[in-house]
Ligand binder design. Structure first.
Ligand code: 4AD
Ligand code: MG
Length: 479
């Protein structure tokens, strides 16, 4: 058996009592031919391995270079040096993998996030990305824990689909037809009957419609999987491939939906604070350092952990779309023409600058906007009695903008079919969806949380490319 090691995080939590330990990891630095800072990814804290002078051959010591991988066995003793409570006094050192430190792209100095994106295959080995991805893991785990404890069924909805849930039409085609010479119909159009599935198919933009099928049997379900959008938005908030959590609940109205979303967001933040304190403290400091470079008025009013605690302690501001438009229209910001998209009036879609104004300048806390004009929302949202709005909700977070989109669903078959007709959504293709309204329809609701936007919020990072391992964005699919 090879893997008889203790993880450095676990070892550092023990007391040094001359116990034996074996660790494995990568060299961060090697000082004075004596002190190895070893990191194994379990924590940002390195273990100091002490190499007694004269105990090991010169030839071995020369191979202990930054990023070389080692197996070290020895005795755990109280450290004589400052900054760490223990040292591992090496009895044996085995080089598992050599590394040419001259060619290794990560030098022990500060690299820019832009540069690290170009070497995303190695960036996990930095403290910043170590912390981010351990927090990301904790949040993902907390998602499952939250829903499991509430009796939700985790449902794996399909990734390849023939429907376009959002009606947005910005999808990636899935096909095995030859690009250069696809089979054609007599009128020259492509003959998808010859394609793998015998019809046009796409990567899913959302698991919601299938999720609704599950909710109308299990009561409560959630999905957590990759979703794909071919929208050409090259922003710090958009990915072409992102992960979404979509709970769907039978017997829920819009208010129940908003309550669950708020509870859920708090729960996963609390979980990260409880389980990843060290990493969050690191990210808190990183952000503070970063913001020192900014002019005073561009800095956040709160530190990262302070902000997370604030969200735990304060309820989200709920208001209607109509109220939000009034606030925005009457704002000095609008009057002084500071919005790139001026507020033209009721019915307009909100841009992220408007969302961020509401959250960051006006309310200074997360906001749940409800009851949007039906024209700017999807066909499946429940129509309100005013004939103008639907029971939609978006949750807006400071520094991020929209983090959740959801709604109560239209459970009345006639209303749903009429809305589909108005929006030119072919009922034949969605026969299975409509069946749920035919056979024991119930009030139900759900929402989608963009996982990377949540990770952005919790880590205090600025660019969504830095919170997913290998970002997929327009013109970029390296690694
Ligand atoms: O608002 P959206 O489009 O809603 C839906 O897809 C619904 N079917 C959800 C539901 O009700 N079950 O997307 C939901 C969330 C957004 O609020 C945002 O956080 C995230 O998904 N999102 C993106 N994240 C990263 N990159 C993109 N291109 C995103 N598009 C949406
Ligand atoms: Mg949305």
């Amino acid at each position: 058996m090879f893997n008889k090691r203790i993880k450095i995080k676990e070892l550092l939590a023990t007391e040094p009592q001359n116990q034996q330990a074996t660790v494995m990891g990568w060299v961060r630095t090697f000082r004075n031919n004596q002190f190895i800072a070893l990191n194994d990814g379990s924590t940002n804290n390195n273990l100091q391995v002490v190499v007694e002078l004269g105990k090991f051959p010169e030839e071995l010591l020369r191979r202990i270079t930054t990023s070389a991988s080692l197996k070290v066995s020895g005795t755990v003793v109280p450290s004589l040096g400052k900054g760490q409570k223990m040292d591992l006094k090496a009895d044996s050192i085995e080089i598992l993998g050599d590394s040419d430190a001259e060619k290794y792209p990560l030098q022990p100095k500060k690299h820019s996030l832009e540069f690290l994106r170009e070497i995303a295959h190695l960036r996990f080995r930095t403290n910043t990305f170590g912390a981010i991805f351990r927090v990301r893991h904790a949040l993902a785990f907390a998602v499952h824990k939250f829903f499991h404890e509430k009796g939700f069924v985790y449902m794996h909805t399909p990734i390849i689909t023939a429907s376009d849930a959002e009606g947005a039409g910005e999808m990636f085609r899935v096909s095995t037809l030859p690009f250069d010479n696809p089979p054609r119909n007599e009128d020259g159009s492509i003959d998808f009957k010859e394609d793998f599935f015998g019809r046009p198919t796409n990567l899913t933009v959302s698991g919601q419609l299938e999720g609704e099928l599950g909710a109308t049997a299990f009561g409560d379900i959630y999905t957590f999987g990759p979703t794909f959008r071919a929208e050409n938005s090259n922003t710090a908030r958009h990915l072409a491939e992102f992960w979404m959590i979509e709970p769907e609940m039978a017997f829920y109205d819009l208010e129940d939906n908003a309550n669950l979303a708020e509870e859920f967001i708090r729960y996963i933040i609390q979980f990260a604070l409880d389980n990843n304190r060290e990493d969050l403290e690191f990210l808190d400091q990183r952000l503070a350092e970063e913001e020192k470079q900014l002019p005073q008025d561009k800095r956040s009013e709160m530190g990262l952990i302070e902000k997370l605690n604030f969200v735990l302690e304060n309820s989200f501001q709920r208001l209607t779309y109509t109220e939000a438009i009034d606030i925005l229209r009457d704002s000095n910001h609008n009057k002084k023409k500071k919005f790139q998209y001026p507020i033209t009036g009721w019915g307009m879609d909100l841009q992220s600058e408007h969302e961020r104004y509401l959250v960051e300048k006006h309310f200074k806390k997360p906001v749940i906007l409800m009851n949007y004009p039906k024209e700017i929302k999807a066909f499946y949202m429940r129509q309100n009695d005013d004939g103008k709005t639907v029971a939609a909700m978006d949750i807006l977070a400071p520094g991020i903008g929209e983090i959740v989109g959801g709604s109560q669903r239209e459970e009345r078959q006639d209303k749903l079919e009429q809305r589909m007709k108005e929006m030119h959504i072919p009922a034949e293709e969605l026969w299975w969806y409509l069946d749920t309204r035919r056979f024991g329809t119930v009030p139900h609701a759900g929402f989608g949380l963009g996982f990377e936007r949540m990770v952005l919020f919790v880590t205090g990072m600025n660019n969504i490319r830095d919170v997913i391992a290998f970002p997929r964005t327009p013109k970029s699919a390296e690694f």
